[in-house]
Design a protein around this ligand. Structure first.
Ligand SMILES: N[C@@H](CCC(=O)N[C@@H](CS)C(=O)NCC(=O)O)C(=O)O
Length: 203
């Protein structure tokens, strides 16, 4: 088993943090996105979406999509539960992970992909107006999360979950996307300090 990934990219980091929380070690094989590693016929055969990470099982099965990879490991090793517990708990984690993924993570990556000069040959066409529009969406979603975090320690409730991983990686990737973190969101700042202090954040 191995994971094809890129150290600096945000989606592989989600998987690395998830594995660190579960204390699972999987060999990592780094590829260079800037050099077009995901556009080769060999890589495209593994993931036609031409994106990392990709988990390769020992029988050759290739699983991509960060959340799908995380679900595979949750099934193999349920503890600690990072997708929630019970019908309501699992649905609540799913709800928040999707909200964070679609509302924050995607918005931050749109800003990066559509405005950063180094993405001009990988995001074609680069639409600057779309990048700019997503800056507002990022700020609005951070404010929403700040209000939610006034009433609980973690994004989806009392327990750390994959929703916290998605949010942490999105917030940290704001720096790469050249987005400034609002300094008036005290609950979000408290949450960010807590999740960043976990050993898994270094993965
Ligand atoms: N929905 C996918 C997104 C994967 C993705 O966008 N990966 C980026 C790196 S974070 C990538 O491979 N980009 C290749 C490129 O831009 O050429 C997931 O959740 O894994």
């Amino acid at each position: 088993m191995r994971i094809i990934q890129t150290r600096s990219a945000p989606n592989p980091r989600r998987v690395r943090i998830f594995l660190a929380e579960k204390q699972i070690t999987v060999p990592l094989e780094d590829v260079d996105l800037a050099a077009g590693a995901v556009r080769t016929p060999e890589f495209t055969a593994l993931n036609p979406m031409q994106r990392v990470p990709v988990l390769i099982l020992d029988d050759g099965t290739a699983i991509s999509e960060s959340v799908a990879i995380c679900r595979y490991f949750e099934e193999l090793q349920p503890e600690p539960a990072l997708f929630g517990r019970g019908a309501v708990g699992c649905a609540t984690v799913e709800m928040w992970n999707r909200r964070v993924e679609l509302g924050l993570f995607a918005a931050v990556t749109h800003v990066f992909r559509h405005l950063h000069p180094k993405m001009s040959h990988r995001e074609v066409p680069q639409v600057a107006a779309w990048g700019e529009a997503n800056k507002t969406k990022v700020v609005e979603m951070l404010a929403l999360l700040d209000a939610e975090l006034a009433g609980r320690p973690f994004i989806a409730g009392q327990d750390y979950s994959i929703a916290d991983i998605t949010a942490l990686v999105a917030v940290d990737f704001m720096k790469v996307a050249r987005l400034e973190k609002p300094d008036n969101l005290a609950n979000l700042a408290r949450w960010h300090s807590a999740v960043s202090a976990r050993a898994s954040a270094q993965a």
